[in-house]
Design a protein around this ligand. Structure first.
Ligand SMILES: Cc1ncc(COP(=O)(O)O)c(C=O)c1O
Length: 286
């Protein structure tokens, strides 16, 4: 069962119009929520970002936010989702193809679906490999827009290079990954790109920065170079799905001693402490 275009329908009955502006232009915004033990994790922060993304592209929400929240909760219940994710997108609706906005009464189209997912525990323990690539996305990466071609192409390059992910840089300044934020540790200090227009303001990023503060780990939100990245003692990425994921190799070279470092481990443990215990112990499936 999914929510599509004003109602709950079986997946097989959802038909996207060829004139949907999300389909034609990527004209819309989205969110991905994590569900642990049947509960939405950091829901308020995700809804706040959804509202902001919509506002920044002048997109009207199809219903009041409380109604959207109710739909998400009902879907989780209907699907009996315990551990997994909920994908939500809103497009600017169906209208004859023209670049400028459609008539004001065009109804935005909401899609919501749920997927069971296991935590990637093995990768979280052992770490992943990343490559670096130029960040060729647009200049409003703070908006969680449906336009993901820059990320798609970068991630595909990682896959073809046999790496798990891709760290992006603009003119040698590290921004973020294709679908996550990136942090490094150098001489005990946590570094990550400032939350400006060049990166998505990750919900997990914010949680990890808060945890670092609570643990007394010095953290700085400032731009750093590819060179600094290569000299990092530790590196990890953060996202709703990957949580705190150690990066142990970059462009084929080891990060630190090639294993997840102590600061990364502390933050991982602190992050896990914010997740319901039942989701940690082999959580997954419906
Ligand atoms: C480009 C980008 N950066 C960062 C993130 C991480 O954000 P969050 O922690 O809210 O999942 C995502 C998540 O999808 C993303 O697509």
């Amino acid at each position: 069962m999914i929510w599509f275009d004003d109602r709950f329908v079986p997946e097989s009955e959802s038909k996207v119009s060829y004139l949907d502006r999300g389909y034609c232009f990527g004209d819309g915004v989205y969110e991905v929520f994590r569900v642990y033990a049947g509960q939405v994790y950091e829901g308020a922060a995700h809804y706040e970002r959804l509202v902001r993304s919509a506002r920044e592209i002048k997109l009207r929400l199809p219903y009041p936010l409380e109604e959207i929240e109710r739909i998400v909760l009902e879907l989780i219940e209907r699907e009996r989702l315990r551990d997994g994710s909920v994908y939500l997108q809103i497009t600017r609706g169906v209208a004859p193809r023209a670049h400028s906005f459609p008539p004001a009464d065009t109804q935005p189209v909401l899609l919501v679906y749920a997927s069971p997912a296991k935590r990637r525990v093995e990768s979280m323990r052992g770490g992943i490999a990343a490559i670096t690539r130029p960040d060729e996305r647009w200049l409003r990466c703070d908006i969680k827009s449906l336009n993901l071609l820059g990320s798609v192409l970068a991630k595909q390059e990682a896959e073809e290079a046999g790496a798990d992910d891709v760290i992006l840089h603009r003119d040698g300044i590290v921004t973020e990954c294709s679908a996550s934020n990136v942090m490094i540790v150098k001489d005990g200090v946590l570094l990550t790109h400032p939350a400006n227009r060049l990166i998505l303001h990750g919900v997990t990023r914010a949680v990890v920065l808060r945890l670092a503060r609570e643990l007394g780990i010095p953290a700085e939100e400032r731009p750093f170079s590819l060179e600094t990245l290569r000299r990092a003692d530790e590196a990890f990425l953060t996202s709703t799905i990957m949580e705190v994921m150690p990066i142990v190799a970059i462009d084929g070279a080891r990060v630190g001693d090639g294993a997840p470092g102590p600061v990364t481990r502390r933050l991982q443990q602190a992050y896990e402490a914010t997740i319901p215990a039942s989701a940690l112990s082999g959580g997954g499936g419906q």
